[in-house]
Design a protein around this ligand. Structure first.
Ligand SMILES: Cc1ncc(COP(=O)(O)O)c(C=O)c1O
Length: 447
C-alpha cells in the first residue's frame, strides 16, 4: 500500500506475510528474547489504524499497550516533535536546565489530584518512575519496606520487579529481589481470594492488611509505602470497589505510610478521568505516570507532594529524564486531549463498549466477566460461567484469530482480553471492532 490514509481494515495476506517473516527471522538472530505475542511487523500508524510491512491494515484496540491514547501519530504531537527536534534534542536535565521540563511539571501539577504543590522526577520508563517512587517514599519516611499486591505489575527493573507479582516468568532466576517487600491479595471480586462476596465482605481484603499483616508480621512503622494500581492492568484489568481504595488509603493515613498510585497503564485519560484513582475519590501521596503521557515518546514521571522532595542534590535523576523532545510531545498530548475532549469521549465510548460487552456476556457462556471504567476495558474468558475456570487457550485463539481478521486486542491476566482503543475512537470504529471480536467469541464458543 502506498502512503494513503489509513481508515479501514484491509487484510492482504495472513500475518506474518513474506516481508514480516524476513524481519522476524533477522530479529530472532540479533534481538534478545522478549515476549512478542503476535507476528506483526508494523510500518506506520495513523489514528486508530496500523499498517504492517506487507500492507495489512489493522484496527488497533491495543493502543501500544495503552500508550497511543491520542491515536497513532496525532498530528499535533507529530508537529511538536518535528519542531523540537530541529531546535534542541538533548540537554541533560540531571545537571542543567531547559525550558520544557518545568512546563510539563507545571501542567502535571494542574491535572493530577491533590490540592497541594507537587514535584516531579522525569524518567524514561514506567519501571524507572516506579524505582523513583520507592526511593522518594523511603527517603521521606525513613522506612525500609513496601507493600504491594498479588497480580501487580510495576515493571522489570530489580526495584520494580520486587513489587511485581503477576507471573513467575518475570521473577524466576532473578532472586534475590530487593528486600523489604510483602505482597498481599488484591480486590479481585470475580475471583475473591477470600471466597467472599462484595459488599457483604465489607472489603475484608483491605481491612485484613491492617488486622493481620500489619498487626502480626510487618511492623507498620517500617513500611514506607503501599504500591497500588488503581485498576490492576497486566493482572487482568481488575477494578476494585471504591470502598477498597478508601480503606487502603485510611490504613496508610493511620500509620503514616505513603499511598503510591501506579497510573502507568490506567492514567492519562484511559478511564475518562486524567487519572484512574480519581474514580475512587482517593488522593495519592505519590503518583507514577508513563505510557500515554507523551503519546509514545519515552517519558515517565514520578510526582509527589512537594514535602517529600529528596533535598539532597545528586541523590536521584537520570540523563535522559525530561528530554526536550519528549516534553514537547507531552505538552502537545495534553493540549490535544483537552482540545478534542478525549476524556469525555473515553467515558462516552467506554460506557457504550461496556454495554455491548455485557450483551456478549449474556449471550456467550465463555464470557465470564466484563470489567472496566472508560476505555480501560476487558473481558475474561472462562470454560463456563459456573466453574469460572480460566480458559487461556480459547482466549489466545480469540486474540490471534481477531488479529488475522484485522483487529488488534491484547491478552492480560490468566484469561482476559483487554480492549483499549485510543481515547478519540469513534462509535463506528468501536462497532467494527466489537463485531469482529464477537464473531471470534461466537466461533470459539461453539467450537
Ligand atoms: C501498571 C504498570 N506499572 C509499571 C509498568 C512498567 O512500565 P515500563 O514497561 O515502561 O517499564 C507497566 C507496564 O506495562 C504497567 O502496566
Amino acid at each position: 500500500m502506498t502512503a494513503g490514509e489509513l481508515n479501514r481494515i484491509s487484510m492482504k495476506v495472513e500475518p506474518p506475510g513474506p516481508k514480516a517473516k524476513e524481519i522476524l527471522e533477522r530479529d530472532k538472530k540479533y534481538m534478545a528474547t522478549t515476549n512478542k505475542v503476535m507476528p506483526i511487523v508494523a510500518k506506520r500508524g495513523q489514528g486508530m489504524y496500523v499498517e504492517d510491512v506487507d500492507g495489512n491494515v489493522y484496527l488497533d484496540f491495543q493502543s501500544g499497550i495503552a500508550v497511543n491514547n491520542t491515536g497513532h501519530c496525532h498530528p499535533k504531537v507529530v508537529e511538536a516533535v518535528r519542531k523540537q527536534v530541529g531546535e534542541l534534542i538533548h540537554f541533560p536535565g540531571i545537571l542543567l536546565s531547559q525550558n520544557l521540563e518545568g512546563e510539563v511539571a507545571k501542567k502535571l501539577n494542574e491535572i493530577t489530584p491533590g490540592d497541594f504543590e507537587k514535584k516531579v522526577y522525569f524518567m524514561c520508563s514506567g519501571a524507572g518512575a516506579i524505582d523513583s517512587a520507592i526511593k522518594v517514599a523511603r527517603w521521606a519516611t525513613g522506612r525500609p519496606r513496601e507493600i504491594a499486591f498479588m497480580g501487580a505489575f510495576h515493571g522489570k527493573s530489580i526495584g520494580a520487579l520486587s513489587l511485581t507479582a503477576s507471573k513467575n516468568a518475570y521473577r524466576k532466576g532473578f532472586m534475590p529481589e530487593m528486600p523489604g517487600v510483602v505482597h498481599v491479595p488484591y480486590a479481585y471480586c470475580y475471583r475473591c481470594p477470600y471466597k467472599m462476596e462484595y459488599p457483604e465482605c465489607d472489603v475484608y481484603c483491605a481491612k485484613v492488611i491492617d488486622e493481620m499483616y500489619l498487626e502480626k508480621f510487618i511492623p507498620p512503622e517500617e513500611v514506607a509505602s503501599i504500591f497500588v494500581e488503581p485498576i490492576q492492568g497486566e493482572g487482568g484489568y481488575i477494578v476494585p470497589p471504591k470502598a477498597w481504595h478508601k480503606e487502603v488509603k485510611k490504613i496508610c493515613e493511620k500509620y503514616g505510610i505513603l499511598f503510591v498510585a501506579d497510573e502507568v497503564q490506567s492514567g492519562f485519560g484511559r478511564t475518562g478521568k486524567w487519572f484512574a484513582i480519581e474514580n475512587f475519590d482517593v488522593v495519592p501521596d505519590i503518583m507514577v505516570i508513563a505510557k500515554g503521557i507523551a503519546s509514545g515518546m519515552p517519558m515517565s514521571a514520578c510526582l509527589f507532594n512537594e514535602k517529600y522532595d529528596i533535598k539532597q542534590p545528586g541523590a536521584h535523576a537520570t540523563t535522559f529524564g525530561g528530554n526536550p523532545v519528549t516534553c514537547a510531545a507531552a505538552l502537545a498530548t495534553i493540549e490535544a486531549m483537552k482540545e478534542e475532549k478525549m476524556l469525555e469521549n473515553a467515558t462516552k465510548q467506554g460506557e457504550y463498549m461496556i454495554g455491548r460487552l455485557n450483551e456478549m456476556k449474556q449471550k456467550y457462556e465463555i464470557v465470564g466477566d466484563v470489567r472496566g471504567i472508560g476505555l480501560m476495558t476487558a473481558i475474561e474468558i472462562v470454560k463456563n460461567k459456573k466453574s469460572k475456570e480460566p480458559d487461556m487457550v480459547t482466549r489466545n485463539k480469540i486474540c490471534m484469530d481477531a488479529m488475522k481478521r484485522g483487529l488488534l486486542v491484547l491478552f492480560c491476566g490468566a484469561s482476559s482480553i483487554r480492549i483499549i482503543p485510543a481515547l478519540n475512537v469513534t462509535r463506528a470504529q468501536i462497532d467494527t471492532g466489537l463485531e469482529l471480536l464477537e464473531k471470534e467469541i461466537q466461533e470459539n464458543c461453539n467450537a
